[in-house]
Design a protein around this ligand. Structure first.
Ligand code: ADP
Ligand code: MG
Length: 697
């Protein structure tokens, strides 16, 4: 059995290891950098590097790497050995401050959206001391930001860190107005609930679509799906349980606070939730979790699928982004117990409401991907429309504020807003409103739109920046008021803000068709596909927001938009190619061969018994032949459209065509082939069926 306290964080160069291993003065300087953002002197870096290396070598490391997150969203690493040969044929192990602080990956093959001209292709990585270094596979991994030599961010982390700084600056101004000058560091926190599928390696290897695109492009629904609701929270099978235990151990060693694990709704689907961390760490930890999940699976003959929609007809996988802001130990989204705490809470709450309403399209954009398009609005995940759910209690408070009533009148709870206290909002487990994309759950917000595969940096960058803007406007409006005026002015501000943004609040069923109509009446955006969702990234309103808070420059925004478009188009292109290949090489031959078998069968029966009634087989053959001809026709149409789209130069035009012309053709072809699948015996079908894959032994 694992001794958890002993292994926990054993592979992390964390605060306690630093305290133990660094000279006192160095430790203090490094902490100032980590906690206050003070610049780090080069001498300090040398001392830290040395201590880090000694520690890493003791733990068996031979290499180091700058670990970063290019615009593809996944993590990247290039391993360099500590080894340094000496003239007498031996070697010593070295690692300098310079190597710690800065790296130069030959990065010309990372997506840059045109930001980095080829002649200066060498971006550089810069140590992010706020995320701890750790050891993975005998490699000391140093979390870094990745930038071009002209200073543009080429990664997901840099703008996230900038947005955390922006929200901290503005939140401080607000806290000062509340007389809380020394509230401590202001940070945003993220807890990412990660869903995933585990399937057998044997089945995976026989599905070209799963291997190359992460999802099944074909497959008739299994006889049994998730309708019995027996998988959710069900007993975990031994192999999966063994996998989960090892996963927990590995994560704990890395200081990733894996907390909850359970079976999810769909067969073969599972979830892992950690305890939340500061946003940048929480996201690093989520990426590490995803990596460990993928790598460990093969030891158990399993494959971990992190695509948002590996299987049609059962739920896909999401990644709820639990988000809060705290100052020191205080959660600013906690209503607190005193009237002034309540008021501050409502100021922050109104700020979130404003941010989510004003930047709903931008938030939606951050979770747009080819995979997630299959999830959003598919009656298993929130729709593509952003709205906020506040819960019964807080919803009633907000309604009362909007209508200028006392909360007590509205709800018979004896309470006089602003004078006495708000209730302590317990998350209501009977009504979690799972259908809401952005729900208040007691003392945090849960953004439920992100898909399982996404890097959460973008979503949190937008949330933080939009929130920084809300807080800035509040501070701008209220600074200069006397403390007597402040309370009333703040109440008025909160009420007005809630009134202005009331449309974004929706407590009903987000899956219903009526909501789509109602949302349209309210003027809420509803971008159903990635192609429709991406353009708002480069809208003047978005660029102004990012520039105002120094989070992204216009060229950084444009390059990111390009990268996202390109990725979308490439993925759909790959899917179309795989689909065509599977048709030509697998399905069409198999269906033809089976039709011939049935035909032979009829002939041989007729030969043996000329008077035999073969109408059943003939009808079967006719159905197969009709399906086959239909499939061939759809296949030709798909191929023609695909060839046409790959010639389109403009990426947005191509994305529109992919979303609205090619994908419907793919869907339609799939339907025809799926209907043939149930006419053909398993033994004659070229790939494992959903029944086999989802209910593997
Ligand atoms: P569920 O939403 O499944 O009921 P919880 O609400 O307990 O579960 O927590 C879900 C996730 O939210 C966990 O990762 C948890 O660490 C995270 N979380 C809890 N409190 C906060 C907070 N203040 N800020 C950010 N994340 C939080
Ligand atoms: Mg949750």
């Amino acid at each position: 059995m694992t001794n958890v306290p002993e292994i926990y964080g054993s592979l992390v160069f964390n605060e306690s290891t630093m305290r133990e291993r660094l000279p006192k003065a160095t430790y203090k300087q490094l902490m100032d950098t980590i906690k206050e953002g003070a610049p780090l002197a080069p001498e300090v870096a040398n001392v830290v590097a040395h201590a880090m290396k000694e520690w890493a070598i003791e733990k068996g490391a031979t290499h180091y790497t700058h670990w970063f997150q290019p615009l593809s969203g996944i993590t990247s690493e290039k391993h360099d050995a500590f080894v340094d040969p000496t003239s007498d044929g031996h070697a010593i192990m070295t690692f300098s401050g310079k190597e710690l602080i800065q790296g130069e990956p030959d990065a010309s093959s990372f997506p840059s959206g045109g930001l980095r001209a080829t002649f200066e292709a060498r971006g550089y990585t810069a140590w992010d001391p706020t995320s701890f270094a750790f050891i993975k596979d005998d490699v000391l991994c140093i979390p870094t930001a990745f930038c071009s030599y002209t200073g543009e961010a080429l990664d997901k982390k840099t703008p996230l860190l900038r947005s955390m700084k922006a929200i901290e600056t503005q939140a401080r101004r607000v806290l000062e107005l509340f007389g809380e000058e020394d509230a401590g560091r202001v940070v945003t926190n993220v807890g990412a609930e990660q869903e995933y599928f585990l399937i057998s390696e044997k089945d995976y290897e026989r599905r070209m679509d799963l291997m190359l695109t992460g999802r099944t492009l074909f497959g008739y629904s299994p006889c049994k799906g998730q309708e019995l609701e027996e998988h959710y929270f069900g007993a975990i099978r031994p192999t999966v349980s063994a996998y989960m235990k090892e996963l927990d151990d590995e994560l704990w060693k890395l200081g990733v606070p894996a907390k909850t694990k359970h079976n999810e709704v769909a067969p073969a689907q599972h979830e892992l939730a950690p305890i939340y961390s500061e946003a940048n760490r929480g996201i690093d930890e989520n990426l590490l979790t995803m990596e460990k999940m993928r790598l460990l699976a093969s030891r158990y003959g399993l494959v971990c699928l992190q695509h948002e929609k590996p299987f049609e007809g059962v739920n896909g996988s999401g990644k709820h982004n639990n988000w809060s802001i705290s100052a020191g130990a205080k959660n600013l989204l906690d209503p607190g117990e005193h009237p002034m705490d309540n008021l501050r809470f409502l100021v922050f709450l109104a700020g979130v409401v404003q941010a989510v309403d004003d930047y709903q399209e931008l938030l939606r954009m951050t979770v747009a991907s080819a995979g997630n398009d299959h999830r959003l609005g598919a009656n298993e995940a929130p729709p593509a429309i952003i709205s906020m759910f506040l819960g019964d209690e807080l919803g009633a408070v907000v309604n009362a504020l909007i209508e200028g009533r006392d909360y007590s009148e509205a709800d018979r709870v004896s309470m006089d807003l602003g004078v006495s206290v708000l209730p302590n909002f317990q998350k209501d487990n009977t009504d979690r409103n799972r259908t809401s994309p952005f729900a208040f759950t007691g003392n945090k917000f849960e953004f439920r739109m992100p898909g399982s595969a996404v890097n959460l940096s973008d979503a949190n960058m937008v949330l933080n920046t939009a929130m920084a803007k809300s807080l800035k406007e509040f501070a701008d409006a209220l600074e200069g008021k006397t403390s007597d005026e402040f309370v009333e002015a703040a109440w008025d501000y909160v009420k007005q803000t809630l009134r202005d943004h009331e449309r974004i609040i929706f407590n009903g069923n987000g899956y219903s068709a009526e909501w789509e109509e109602e949302a349209a009446r309210r003027g809420l955006a509803n971008h159903k596909t990635t192609a429709d969702a991406l353009p708002c990234f480069v809208a003047p309103k978005s660029i102004e927001l990012f520039e105002e808070f120094g989070v992204l420059s216009e060229s950084e925004v444009r390059s990111r938009y390009e990268v996202k478009l390109e990725k979308y188009n490439k993925l759909i292109n790959i899917e179309a190619r795989v689909m065509r290949r599977m048709m030509r090489r697998l399905y069409l031959p198999a269906i033809s061969a089976y039709a011939a078998k049935v035909a032979d069968h009829i002939t041989s029966v007729k030969t043996a018994m000329p008077t035999a009634n073969t109408s059943a087989q003939e009808a079967q053959l006719a159905r197969i032949m009709d399906g086959l001809n239909d499939a061939q026709e759809k296949f030709d149409a798909l191929a023609a459209k695909h060839k046409e789209i790959v010639k389109i130069d403009d990426a947005q035009t191509a994305a529109n065509a992919n979303a609205h012309e090619l994908l419907p053709l793919m869907e339609s072809l799939r339907e025809t082939v799926d209907n043939l699948e149930i006419l053909v015996p398993d033994s004659d079908w070229p790939v494992p069926s959903y029944n086999e894959i989802l209910f593997y032994a």
